[in-house]
Design a protein. Structure first.
Length: 135
């Protein structure tokens, strides 16, 4: 991992834990995971390192409008996001990404690409159906 910073055991552990799951955890969730192996790590350290890793393209930061989620897979790939609970999952479909030339970018300096499908996850659908049944 080359990000212009000196190596850090905390950063390496955060990255290792993040790459070990597919749940797209929030910083708070990742903090709880990392604390099991490094009890003295602070929540601020986790937040700072996640932001640093995301800003250097080592991981993906998925902005949900609430608590951001993080993905250890930095390759461009689509996600499914529940608009009710914020759950994020990878969508296993092929996505063709092609470079955007200057004419098509209309003057924008392209820095990234997000492909996200929005909807309700099965748990939230079931909860809503249960609430309708009760009434």
């Amino acid at each position: 991992m080359k990000i212009g910073q000196r190596r850090s055991k905390q950063r390496e552990l955060i990255l290792e834990e993040l790459r070990g799951v597919t749940s797209h955890p929030t910083a708070d969730e990742l903090y709880e995971m990392v604390r099991k192996r490094m009890p003295n790590i602070s929540l601020g350290t986790v937040y700072r390192n996640l932001e640093l890793l995301a800003s250097h393209g080592v991981i993906l930061k998925i902005e949900t409008g609430g608590k951001n989620r993080f993905d250890g897979n930095s390759k461009i790939h689509p996600h499914l996001r529940c608009t009710n609970c914020g759950k994020v999952e990878d969508l296993d479909i092929e996505v063709k990404t092609e470079p955007v030339d200057e004419e098509k970018s209309r003057g924008f300096s392209i820095t990234g690409c997000n492909i996200e499908y929005l909807g309700l996850c099965p748990d939230c659908i079931n909860l809503m159906q249960d609430k309708q049944t009760v009434h």
